[in-house]
Design a protein around this ligand. Structure first.
Ligand code: AMP
Length: 118
């Protein structure tokens, strides 16, 4: 994936991240400054799915937020996470720092707890 943001570099494995899930479409990794016991970021990986922000969505990329939300729902179900918050920060004034569309997934339920309980 071409591009210069820190998330492009994570997708290209140029900088490390605590990746908890990946498939052909998306990558999920832990936020480096967690705002909840579990704070994950969901991003789309395909070049054609790249969009900097919700504010930049077009007809071609309109499916991307849905893709991220659907994967978050599946991830939560698979890990037994019953309650969570999903957030998009939009634009600098909306608190967005990284201009690579990402879905924040926050929960009071820790992933480690879920895994160790299995
Ligand atoms: P936003 O404010 O919506 O742009 O969120 C960007 C998020 O990315 C912030 O919560 C940061 O803590 C997080 N972040 C920045 N750099 C990294 C990194 N290298 N690995 C994981 N999370 C990061």
């Amino acid at each position: 994936m071409v591009g210069t943001t820190i998330f492009h570099k994570i997708v290209r494995r140029e900088i490390p991240a605590d990746i908890v899930f990946e498939d052909d479409d998306i990558m999920v990794f832990k936020d480096i400054h967690p705002k909840a016991p579990l704070h994950l970021l969901f991003i789309a990986k395909r070049d054609e799915d790249f969009v900097p922000s919700i504010d930049d969505l077009t007809e071609k990329t309109a499916h991307v937020p849905g893709l991220l939300i659907r994967k978050a729902q599946q991830f939560a179900r698979e890990h037994g996470i019953k309650g969570y918050q999903l957030r998009f920060h939009v634009g600098k004034d909306g608190g967005q720092e990284v201009f690579y569309l990402h879905l924040h997934f926050l929960s009071n339920q820790k992933l480690e707890q879920q895994q160790s309980e299995r």
